[in-house]
Design a protein around this ligand. Structure first.
Ligand code: F0G
Length: 343
C-alpha cells in the first residue's frame, strides 16, 4: 500500500498477514475533557494484536530476501509474538529471548503456538537484547528487533494512515516509549509525508515512559526497570537517541507517567469500550497528565496511539477487578437477586 515509501524491490518476497489499516477511533470522553478532538489509533487490531506487525512484516521479508533462515529477537512479548507469526508465515525459524517471568500470558501463548523457540533468561529485556546482539552474527541469525532498520521503515505506515484518515497531520501525537523504536518510526513517517507534500505540518511528538523505567526522562539508563506495564519495562532504550531527536525537532518531549496514572488511563478507555494492554495506556495517561497541566490547546486535533490489545494481558485485567464474576444458583430469582432486582 505504501510501497513507494518502503525499501521493497521486485526481489522482496511477498509476505503479509493483512497488517495495518487499523481503526482511528474518536474518543468522545477525552475530546470533551480536553475541548479538543481526540482519536485513539487502535493497533490492537493488527494480526498479532500489536503495532509490531507493521515493521515485522518488512524485517522478515527482507531477511528472507537476503537468504536468512532464522530470525532472532529479544522481547517483552509483542515483538516475539509478531516475529514468531511472520517467521511461520515465511517458512522460517524464530528464536525469541524473553525476560523470565515478565511477559504477559497471551504474548507467551502466541509465540508458543506460532512455533518459536522460546528462551527465557534470568535477566531483564535489556540483558536479553545484549545476548541477542552477542549471538546473532556468529549464529547466522537476523536480528528483528527495532535496531533492524526495516522495522522502523515498516512502522512508518501508522503515521501515513493517520494523516490519510484525517486529511492532515494531527497537532499532537501521544505514544508510549519502551525501546523507543515506535516514536522514532512515527517521526520518520511524518517527515517523509511532509517531504512528499502529503501533509503541510507535523505533530508535536509526546512520548511517555513508565516512571520506574524512564531512562530518557532522567538522561541515564535504569539498571533495574520496574513497572506493571511489562511491555515497556526497559531501562536502556536502543533507539533512545532517535526518540530524543524526534521529541526535540517536533517541539514535543518525553515524560514519565506513574503506574497509577497508567492504571487510571487503562480503566478510562475501557469505559468507552476500548481494551488496550497496560503499556499502551501510557499514551492516554500522558495525555491526561498534559490536559491537567494545560498543555493541550483547545480545538486541537490529538491522536493517542494504543499499541497493543488488552487481551494479551488477562492477568492484569483480572487483578484490577478482584472478584470478576458472582456465582449464583441457576434460577431466575438468584440472578435477579444478584443484580439487585433492579433492571
Ligand atoms: N507498547 C507496547 C504494547 C509494546 O509492546 C511496546 C514495546 C511499546 C509500546 C514500546 O514501543 O519499544 O518501540 O518504544 N514492546 C517491545 C517488545 C519492546 O519486545 O514487544 P517501543
Amino acid at each position: 500500500m505504501y510501497k513507494e515509501f518502503l525499501p521493497v524491490t521486485e526481489n522482496t518476497p511477498s509476505l503479509t498477514l493483512a497488517e495495518g489499516n487499523t481503526p482511528l477511533i474518536l474518543s468522545e470522553y477525552l475530546s470533551h475533557l480536553a475541548n479538543a478532538t481526540v482519536y485513539l489509533k487502535y493497533e490492537g487490531a493488527n494480526p498479532t494484536g500489536s503495532f509490531k506487525d507493521r515493521g515485522m512484516v518488512l524485517a522478515v521479508a527482507k531477511a528472507k530476501e537476503l537468504g536468512a533462515r532464522v530470525v532472532v529477537c529479544a522481547s517483552t512479548g509483542n515483538t516475539s509474538a509478531s516475529a514468531a507469526a511472520y517467521a511461520a508465515r515465511a517458512g522460517m525459524r524464530a528464536v525469541v529471548l524473553i525476560p523470565d517471568g515478565y511477559v504477559a500470558l497471551g504474548k507467551l501463548a502466541q509465540a508458543m503456538v506460532y512455533g518459536a523457540d522460546i528462551i527465557a533468561i534470568r535477566g531483564n529485556f535489556d540483558d536479553a537484547l545484549q545476548r541477542v546482539r552477542d549471538i546473532a552474527e556468529p549464529a547466522g541469525m537476523t536480528i528483528v528487533n527495532s535496531i533492524n532498520p526495516y522495522r522502523l521503515d515498516g512502522q512508518q505506515s501508522a503515521a501515513f494512515e493517520i494523516c490519510d484518515a484525517l486529511g492532515s497531520a494531527p497537532d499532537q501525537l501521544y505514544i508510549p516509549v519502551g525501546n523507543a523504536g515506535n516514536i522514532s518510526a512515527y517521526w520518520k513517517g511524518f517527515r517523509a509525508y511532509l517531504k512528499a507534500g502529503r501533509i503541510s505540518s507535523v505533530p508535536q511528538m509526546c512520548g511517555f515512559q513508565a516512571a520506574g523505567a524512564a531512562a530518557l526522562v532522567h538522561g541515564q539508563p535504569v539498571s533495574h526497570p520496574e513497572t506493571f506495564a511489562t511491555a515497556i519495562r526497559i531501562g536502556k532504550p536502543a533507539s533512545g537517541t532517535l526518540a530524543l531527536e524526534a521529541a526535540r525537532e517536533s517541539h514535543g518531549g518525553i515524560w514519565a507517567v506513574t503506574d497509577d496514572d497508567i492504571r487510571e488511563a487503562y480503566r478510562t478507555i475501557a469505559r468507552e469500550g476500548i481494551f488496550a494492554e497496560p503499556g499502551s495506556a501510557a499514551s492516554v495517561a500522558g495525555f491526561l497528565q498534559r490536559v491537567r497541566s494545560g498543555a493541550v490547546d483547545k480545538g486541537s486535533t490529538v491522536v493517542c496511539v494504543l499499541t497493543g490489545n488488552g487481551l494479551k494481558d488477562p492477568d492484569t485485567a483480572m487483578s484490577i477487578q478482584p472478584s470478576p464474576a458472582r456465582v449464583v444458583d441457576n434460577s431466575q430469582q438468584a440472578v435477579l437477586d444478584a443484580i439487585g432486582g433492579s433492571l
